[in-house]
Ligand binder design. Structure first.
Ligand SMILES: [Zn+2]
Length: 377
């Protein structure tokens, strides 16, 4: 007996299948027969993918600067898994963990290498905040919650310490089973070349298409040699749109040269969710359709690639036995003017709208789905 069957779900390759869930997992795919407690007819009208994973968000409700509620940026917008990127360090990870247990969204954390987390904007300006023992103990306490570590390497964060915190981050990474390391780039110093040279396979550069002088392009519009070589070594590029870190101009040039993001993430928190320019992961994904990426490419960035980059082995794919996380969405033809973090605009013709989600086998309507009375019987 299945718990739920989605009938006639359209996948992004346009095949139409049934998806059955049982005990919170994907139990069968294809033409599914058998008894079920509940079912939903999608009639090939809606797309279904593995649940969307946002690799870079901020959802520690108690953060004084970048706060939000996990479900407001997660399940209410069709995102089944969110990864908080360094809002908390060793000092407040316990409280963050406890708060996330009541969320319907699956929440994970990248531990800030600064033990104080994002209490202020300059958490790495005092080297005493980088406490290797405290970091190691935090990872030991929450091995299934902390999926990686985060270092914010921009001038306002590191103060006079330059590149030094990144060397510490690499040491913390080595001492903790080579956890994925996400590095934020922003204003220099430290210079992006210096940062990129220290990164190795599996490390993630977030804010990869930022429009600041520390961008991945040279003033002549070529990809920096340090970035070419980092990508060849297996360093991954994450979008991390955010309030100040995404430029259409940079993304357009990079994508034109074949430099696609590995992961599309939002860097969302209450302010850039409500006032823009982020709004939701779905809006950020729609911007990449307008920049010329295909629907399967965009979906891979929030499913397979996101799961692989953060080693979420039970997520990101439609396979029997994996977590029963799905996003049900529509691709609508709608003329839209999108805005980036530089206040530049781009006209798009398509919008991805998440209408429902299944998280651990349980059906949820998104805010949009409720508004539109989608799936009313
Ligand atoms: Zn961030």
């Amino acid at each position: 007996m299945y718990d739920l069957i989605l009938r006639n779900a359209r996948l992004v390759d346009d095949t139409v299948i049934d998806i059955a869930l049982k005990d919170g997992k994907i139990a069968a795919l294809g033409e599914v027969t058998g008894e079920t407690r509940a079912q939903r007819q999608l009639n090939g009208e809606y797309y279904v993918s593995a649940g969307w994973i946002d690799s870079h968000v901020h959802c520690y409700p108690k953060s004084p600067i970048y706060h939000d509620e996990p479900d407001s940026i997660g399940i209410h917008t069709g995102v089944t898994t969110v990864v908080d990127a360094g809002s908390t360090g060793a000092d407040d990870i316990d409280e963050f963990y406890a708060l996330t247990r009541s969320a319907q969204t699956d929440v994970y954390a990248l531990l800030n290498i600064s033990r104080v987390g994002l209490i202020t904007q300059n958490e790495l300006s005092d080297m005493a905040n980088i406490d290797k023992v405290a970091a190691r103990d935090a990872v030991k306490r929450y091995p299934d919650f902390i999926v990686g570590i985060k270092a914010r390497m921009s001038s306002s964060v590191v103060g006079a310490n330059g590149i030094k915190p990144l060397a510490y981050a690499k040491a913390i990474q080595r001492e903790n089973g080579d956890l994925p390391l996400m590095v934020h780039i922003g204003n220099n110093p430290p210079d992006l070349d210096e940062i990129a040279d220290l990164l190795s396979s599996g490390d993630i550069i977030t804010h990869c298409y930022n429009g600041k002088p520390n961008r991945i392009l040279t003033p002549a519009g070529e990809l920096r040699a340090s970035i070419v070589s980092a990508i060849q070594r297996g360093v991954r590029l994450d979008v991390g749109h955010g309030t100040a870190s995404f430029s259409f101009e940079v993304a357009k040039i990079a994508i034109g040269k074949g430099i696609l993001p590995h992961t599309i993430s939002s860097d969302i928190y209450c302010r850039n969710r409500i006032n823009g320019p982020v709004h939701s992961l779905g809006v950020v994904m729609s911007k990449f359709l307008s920049l010329g990426m295909s629907l399967p490419q965009v979906i891979d960035c929030v499913t397979i690639h996101a799961a692989d980059g953060l080693r979420l082995a039970n997520k990101g794919r439609l396979s029997v036995g994996l977590d029963g996380d799905l996003t049900i969405f529509a691709k609508r033809r709608r003329l839209t003017v999108f805005t980036d973090s530089e206040n530049q605009t781009l006209q798009g013709e398509q919008q991805l709208v998440a209408l429902a989600a299944v998280r651990a086998g349980k059906w949820f309507l998104t805010e949009k789905g409720k508004e539109e009375h989608a799936f009313d019987l």
